[in-house]
Design a protein around this ligand. Structure first.
Ligand code: ATP
Ligand code: MG
Ligand code: MG
Ligand code: MG
Length: 561
């Protein structure tokens, strides 16, 4: 590609709104431009690198036995109402009405659409297991879109979904995905870790996040300095318990509340509306207390309370004790305002904690303060948030903390969606069964930004070879010089003939401008055709190391391959 024929609007100045390196550099080097808050256009170079990441993802998904498809971004609200997520997803779900006033969502994720589709198309165990994926734009009306491609409102995601007739089969697919994800992020050149994550509002059992280690990451990872153990700090209390009760950590224990299935019902029972902003509820079920904490920025209005496997189950005798536990656990992350705890009934529902469950001095809300979900706490006195320097839960080494960018997330969904959307099949005995599901996401555009976070220096981006938009940056110092322009044109055509991808800076710009742009854009190899063109000699420079050497034109092909 000739620079003169494409669009690479580089900038000298750092854009005022860009706080982090990947955002600054992708804008400055002319890869992306903002169209609206959290919404970006990928310019020709940006599109190239996005497709490179997509192709790595595509290749590894296909290797893992997943078939590519494409689902609509426009999704009927009915499907989301069936699973309840129309009500629980919150304002992050973009909603629109058509001309007949029918409601739609812009796909934030595609569990509803695919489960509905599979329930129509797959009727027999013979077609199971099956894994399908797509690479497509997702829409989430993030509260704080920021950091360029890292947290957008429209962003590219690879989402895969697997369907099974047994939990063993799901386990197999899950393991395959974990392996594929590791290969993908390795091929992207990323320094990452797979960490145990929080199953959160989606329910389900095992879940891992893939975290790119980076100072600007929004997640905190607790990892062992001498083993593979790593977990999202959201799982902190689990970590503590894990040390003692490794076995029980992930065992699900469903607790049914007596009678009350939805917040609406609870609200009716109480004869009072439940405020928006409710984050946590402590239920008393017989003599046991069940703490439900909402996830992230979502409120728990309308969360189906029968999914109480998202809870802590604490055996406590008194209200007093319950308050202490709540204060102790949440409080260890920051002062909790226990006066927020409202005693609203002495029967099924004991307390409602209004507002945030934990806030630190900057009044920042601790998202996902989720003490001990998915397992039973034996001794709540032992429950404390894990700290740096603690022994690692697996007994190997010491816990360290690091910041991470969540680039991928794999999830054993179980039967939640299949149940609600009636995805059933006939088993070998001809009996109707509910399908078992897994889902697997990769933030493709976020991964791209994460790569830039790890690959840059003071002059610009330093693309790893597999991701780089082109392999070679060919620069002609003075295109008006006949010998220089003849040799560079010749090399350009030769490289193209050999299918070496090359960006040819044929512009009539000062050499300084071209070199600065070239450093900013960050292709791995630069070939400069300058003064020695008459001898057939060019200068070769490696972007990452800065290594520089002369080459005769006849040596180029053998050297760069
Ligand atoms: P986060 O915790 O960062 O908000 P998430 O847990 O909500 O992410 P998932 O629902 O797990 O995201 O979606 C799968 C993947 O999509 C994530 O692992 C992440 O890489 C990517 N992703 C999610 N939200 C965004 C966003 N706003 N912009 C870019 N990528 C995103
Ligand atoms: Mg999110
Ligand atoms: Mg997350
Ligand atoms: Mg996630």
């Amino acid at each position: 590609m000739k620079h003169s024929q494409t669009l690479i609007p580089t900038l000298k100045e750092v854009p005022a709104d860009a706080e982090i390196k990947s955002h600054q550099l992708l804008v400055r080097a002319g890869f992306i431009r903002q169209t609206a808050s959290g919404v970006y256009s990928f310019l020709p170079l940006g599109n190239k690198v996005l497709k490179k990441v997509e192709n790595i993802v595509r290749e590894e998904m296909e290797k893992a036995g997943a078939a590519e498809m494409l689902m609509p971004a426009l999704q009927p609200a009915d499907l989301w109402k069936k699973t309840g997520r129309w009500y629980t997803f919150g304002p992050e779900l973009m909603r629109i009405n058509d001309r007949h006033d029918r409601e739609f969502a812009l796909g934030a994720t595609h569990e509803e659409v695919i489960t509905n589709l599979i329930s129509d198309e797959v009727k027999s165990y013979k077609k199971l297991p099956i894994t399908l994926f797509q690479i497509q734009s997702k829409y989430r009306d993030e509260k704080r879109p920021r950091f360029g491609l890292l947290r957008g409102r429209e962003f590219v995601m690879k989402d895969a979904y697997s369907f099974h007739d047994s939990f063993e089969s799901l386990d197999e697919a899950y393991d395959k995905m974990v392996t594929a994800y590791s290969t993908i992020f390795e091929r992207c050149g990323l320094d990452f870790r797979a960490v145990i994550a929080d199953s959160g509002a989606m329910g389900g059992k095992d879940t891992h996040e893939f975290m790119v280690l980076s100072e600007i990451g929004e997640d905190t990872i607790a990892y062992s300095d001498s083993s593979d153990f790593a977990a999202n700090i959201e799982m902190a209390p689990v970590l503590v318990d894990y040390r003692k009760e490794n076995e029980e950590l992930m065992s699900l224990d469903k607790v049914e509340t007596p009678g009350y299935k939805t917040m609406q019902e609870v609200s009716q029972y109480l004869n009072k509306p439940l405020d928006k902003g409710i984050k946590s509820i402590l239920f008393k079920v017989d003599e046991r207390f069940v703490l439900v904490l909402s996830r992230g920025d979502h409120e728990i209005n309308d969360i189906k309370l029968k999914n109480l496997y998202q809870t802590t189950d604490i055996e406590l005798a008194s209200e007093q004790e319950a308050l202490q536990v709540l204060g102790a656990k949440v409080g260890s992350l920051g002062p909790i305002n226990v006066s927020n705890v409202e005693v609203i009934a002495d029967n099924a529902v004991e307390f409602i904690v209004n507002g945030y469950c934990g806030a630190n001095e900057d009044d920042k809300h601790f998202i996902n303060v989720n003490p001990s979900r998915d397992f039973q706490v034996k001794n709540y006195e032992d429950l404390r948030f894990i700290q740096e320097g603690d022994p690692s839960p697996d007994g190997k080494g010491t816990i360290r903390f690091a910041k991470g960018i969540e680039v991928g997330h794999v999830f054993k969904l179980g039967q939640l969606y299949a149940d609600k959307l009636g995805a059933t099949y006939l088993n070998e005995q001809g009996k109707q069964e509910t399908m078992i599901m897994g889902c697997y996401g990769i933030g493709v555009s976020r991964t791209l930004a994460a790569i830039v976070e790890q690959y840059h220096d003071e002059k610009g981006i330093t693309w790893p070879k597999e991701i780089s938009p082109y392999d070679i940056h060919l620069i002609v110092v003075n295109p008006k010089n006949e010998e220089q322009s003849r040799l560079s044109d010749k090399l350009y055509n030769q490289l193209m003939d050999q299918r070496v991808s090359v960006l040819y800076d044929d512009r009539k710009e000062r050499p300084g401008v071209k070199f600065a742009d070239s450093d900013l854009i960050g292709l791995p190899i630069r070939i400069t055709v300058g003064k020695k063109a008459n001898e057939g000699i060019v200068e070769c420079k490696l972007r990452t190391t800065g290594e520089q050497f002369d080459l005769h034109e006849s040596e180029i092909m053998s050297k760069i391959q």
